[in-house]
Design a protein around this ligand. Structure first.
Ligand code: ZN
Length: 892
């Protein structure tokens, strides 16, 4: 075969055609040997009655396969009757119904892309979403071809555990020390949900009784050394199963549900029917090795993959343009689940922080796309913050617009109508509209228009008429797919604050149902480019509390005074907006320092607005606030968020100004922080409960402020915390502070602590990842040199995605001051990694590109340096589709 001369081509939604053939039944026989695997596929094919073009040939997908034999209804197909394309096999003159038997040879041991069937450490496993199944056998590898699968896995007995989707129907011994297991999945599914595992694995087992009293066996498979880290995932699984029954009326359908933990995995986890495959980082947890964040991540990901059983598996996507149909909805579901398990406000703050930094940045960059894209070159590039997180925000808006009861009616109708089908986002919205009677026509623009809408809000109060008017203008910057946006349908949750708290709301000319329920909190619906909302009987000039709970993924601007923000911080009945007011107040103060820095002033003598300090003091003294909220309110907006809001990112100005403000807060409020730190009971037993997590988080925020003062006493206390803590959260918090503190004592201690940490945890891969990350994200000078040294350390493995994320990705994404070093060494370092990964693992290579795609947000000098690296990557021969798409769009 010849090399690709042409540039990779885009695929368009408008070109969608129903498949010419359907696969009624899929019978796979997978024979695993050392070094290679033989796959025999028996496919019962039938022409598709709804295909819109005549059927005379069958084109199957297949990548990196060696065809051994091919037969139709038991008769060999002559070579003249089929031909190979780039990634296809076309069989000519095919009948309307037939049995196709193919035998192919594949090499899982050599598969470094981690798509299809591959070997991770001691086990064989698969990853098929989106288009990995075509690396296992020739198939109609598209989500609208749903088939019943029966899978026989055969391997040497040194791999005692043989798993696939569905229920186990037979197993037994074979000659030559081999054995087999046959699995049948009675639910039709697309090939991307196929999974297979063969390995020497241990497991924990539990069971769950469904709402109709069926017993389901639950098993979590891991390498034997990790058996003590599965309980949290099991508890999370059972909680998810119960929650989905209670909140959505969704019951589990097979007799068994299995999770397998795999160390080499491109994604977080995969919802294969009945056999979820997880990155070890998303399933293993115990206090000694896992931080609070890690515990919460396990709970969230286990729930997410489980919830896919209905939103994704039973009802799946017609094509990959519909990816957000399953992902947006499922992220919304797992986020509500996590909120129900912990705190709604805290979960909302966490989700919105991530959305506003990462997704908003994506929406403003060269890869911006609507949640239902119109085209792609490589679908793997569209597993994005936009599809997932913004997709979830769209579903959240729908839930809020419909109200709890109607939203549930809508989802019930959606499942009832489309069970067993591959459908579109249009079908989803139609079910919600039909069940609720709500007109969602304009709302659907959220699916086709990219970009983050901007709301400009002004107001006026008339004392005589007691009328208060809010004028809201919406606009949306152009994005690659669309220059001129039509107005969005935007739900805006609001309240009005008077001197004594929330005021009752009487909207002029409102529909009657506006007046029902709590009358201090309402949702107004913005549908036009400019709209005015008038409130009556407002007895004093109010401070508006806008976009409560972040009711829409937009950038809202209202000219708040610092006094207004302080009022919202202390009085707003909406917890989210209290936090957001603290962020806005801090931003105003930091931006003043940034401006001074840019004017060449010595910022160390710049007077910081003491109102921020006073506001923080009130937060620290407010007994009514949840500790997690205090911790979040005291954490200044991140450098990433400040950068996202800036037109041109001034890396040094942002870093040094934010640090200066933090130091001032530390100095002014040190006695408060000392009190919090000293009052905390460092010897209590670990619990991953919301309260315990909140207390740890506040205590460690206090520590991080105190360490900025750099005195010996607190540095020693920090070391003590590192040495004696009984949980990884406190160990990592202390280690992070030591590593990032410039004082020579702290640096000496951090050297000892890092050596000690590695010595202690070198056999725990996930813990070693944290050790890599803490070093890669140090804001002190010379970090890049340390990162390069770590690349050749035993701790690192340049083929393992978790290690790459821990070291390379952490440095490039979460260490702006070092990555954006003026000499451009950080950019060159990243480009070097991408060039190697382009052939080894294109998906990971492409994901690493993100920081380079934002080059237009930097100064001309930095733009030149970053662009040169993008051009260097572009000039590489044999660029993968994944990397080509992102680099070419970035340079366009
Ligand atoms: Zn998902």
């Amino acid at each position: 075969m010849s090399a690709i001369e042409q540039q990779p081509q885009a695929i368009y939604l408008r070109d969608y055609k129903a498949p010419a053939y359907l696969i009624k039944k899929t019978d796979l026989h997978v024979d695993i040997y050392d070094g290679y695997t033989i796959v025999t596929a028996n496919l019962l094919l039938a022409s598709n009655p709804s295909a819109t073009f005549p059927v005379s040939q069958l084109t199957l997908h297949g990548t990196d396969l060696e065809l051994v034999s091919l037969a139709i209804d038991g008769k060999a197909v002559p070579e003249s009757e089929y031909e190979f394309g780039e990634e296809t096999l076309t069989i000519k003159n095919t009948p309307a119904h037939f049995l196709l038997t193919s035998v192919t040879k594949i090499y899982p041991e050599k598969n470094t892309s981690l798509e299809g069937l591959y070997k991770s450490r001691t086990m064989y496993c698969t990853q098929c979403e989106a288009e990995g199944f075509r690396k296992i056998t020739y198939y109609l590898d598209r989500p609208d071809v749903m088939s019943e699968f029966t899978t026989t896995v055969v391997a040497d007995k040194k791999f005692p555990v043989l798993l696939s989707n569905g229920n186990l129907i037979e197993k037994g011994d074979l000659d030559n020390n081999r054995h087999f297991a046959t699995w049948n999945d009675p639910f039709k599914k697309p090939a991307y949900l196929f999974a297979l595992v063969a390995g020497d694995l241990a497991h924990i087992e539990d069971s769950f009784t469904t709402s109709t009293k069926r017993e389901v066996t639950l098993k979590i498979y891991v390498e034997p050394k990790d058996l003590d880290k599965c309980n949290h995932a099991m508890t999370s699984l059972k909680n998810s199963m119960r929650w989905d029954e209670e909140v959505y009326g969704r019951e589990y359908d097979l007799d068994i549900f299995m999770i397998v933990a795999v160390d080499d995995f491109n994604m977080g986890a995969m919802e294969n029917k009945g056999l979820n495959i997880f990155n070890t980082s998303c399933v293993l947890a115990k206090p000694e090795t896992t931080t609070d964040g890690g515990f919460q991540r396990v709970e969230g990901v286990v729930a997410h993959e489980y919830f896919h059983n209905w939103t994704g598996n039973r009802v799946t996507c017609r094509d990959w343009f519909q990816l957000s149909l399953k992902e947006g909805f499922t992220v919304y579901r797992d986020s509500e689940f996590s909120a129900d398990m912990g705190s709604h406000t805290v979960k909302r703050v966490e989700d919105v922080s991530m959305l506003r930094t990462l997704q908003f940045a994506e929406d403003a960059g060269p890869m911006a796309h609507p949640i239902r894209p119109e085209s792609y070159i490589e679908i793997s590039n569209f597993y994005t913050m936009t599809i997932y997180e913004k997709g979830a925000e769209i579903v959240r808006m729908l839930a809020n617009l419909l109200g709890k009861e109607n939203f549930r009616k809508g989802t019930d109708l959606y499942f009832e109508r489309h069970d067993g089908q591959a459908v579109t986002t249009e079908d989803f919205v139609a079910a919600l509209a039909d069940a609720s009677g709500k007109n969602l026509t304009q709302f659907k623009r959220w699916y086709s228009q990219a970009g983050t809408p901007r709301l400009q809000v002004t107001d006026e109060y008339d004392e005589d008429t007691q009328e208060y008017s809010l004028h809201i203008k919406q606009s949306c910057p152009p994005t690659p797919e669309c220059q001129q946006k039509l107005p969005f349908h935007i739900p805006i949750a609001i309240g009005l604050l008077g001197s004594a708290g929330d005021l009752p709301l009487y909207l002029k000319d409102a529909e009657p149902d506006f007046e029902t329920g709590d009358n201090t909190h309402k949702v107004i619906e913005l549908t036009q480019a400019q709209q005015t909302f008038v409130f009556e009987r407002v007895q004093e000039k109010p401070v508006p509390s806008l976009l409560r709970g972040f009711s829409a993924p937009v950038k809202l601007h209202y000219d708040y005074s610092r006094e207004d923000l302080m009022l919202l911080m202390s009085r707003d009945s909406d917890g989210f907006n209290r936090w957001d007011a603290s962020q806005q107040l801090a931003l105003q103060v930091i931006n003043e320092v940034i401006a001074a820095y840019q004017r060449g002033k010595d910022i160390n003598v710049f007077p910081i607005d003491l109102r921020l300090i006073n506001a923080y003091r009130s937060v620290l003294e407010d007994e009514s606030l949840d500790k997690a909220m205090v911790a979040y309110m005291l954490s200044l907006p991140s450098e990433a968020y400040i950068s996202e809001l800036a037109d041109i990112v001034d890396v040094e100005a942002i870093h040094y100004s934010r640090t200066l403000v933090r130091k001032t807060i530390a100095r002014e409020l040190s006695s408060h922080f000392e009190l919090i730190y000293n009052e905390y009971d460092h010897e209590q037993t670990y619990a991953a409960t919301a309260d315990a997590i909140a207390a740890r988080s506040l205590k460690n925020v206090a520590l991080s402020y105190l360490m900025l003062l750099g005195d010996e006493k607190i540095i020693r206390a920090c070391e003590q915390q590192y040495l004696t803590a009984n949980n990884m959260t406190d160990v990592m918090a202390a280690l992070t502070q030591l590593v990032n503190t410039e004082a020579s004592l702290a640096q000496d201690l951090s050297g000892n602590a890092l050596a000690d940490f590695y010595e202690r945890w070198q056999d725990e891969s996930l813990v070693v990842n944290q050790w890599l990350t803490v070093q890669a994200t140090s804001s002190l000078p010379n970090t890049l040199a340390k990162v390069k040294a770590l690349e050749v350390h035993n701790a690192y493995d340049s083929k393992n995605p978790n290690k790459i994320r821990a070291l390379v990705s952490s440095f490039c994404n979460n260490n702006a001051i070092n990555f954006h070093d003026k000499a451009g060494d950080g950019y060159k370092f990243l480009a070097d990694k991408i060039i190697v990964l382009n052939t080894q693992n294109p998906q990971i290579a492409s994901r690493l590109l993100t920081p380079l795609t934002k080059w237009k947000k930097y100064s001309p000098e930095r733009q030149t340096l970053i662009k040169a690296q993008l051009e260097r990557i572009m000039a590489e021969p044999n660029l993968s589709k994944d990397v080509f798409e992102v680099v070419s769009k970035s340079l366009a």
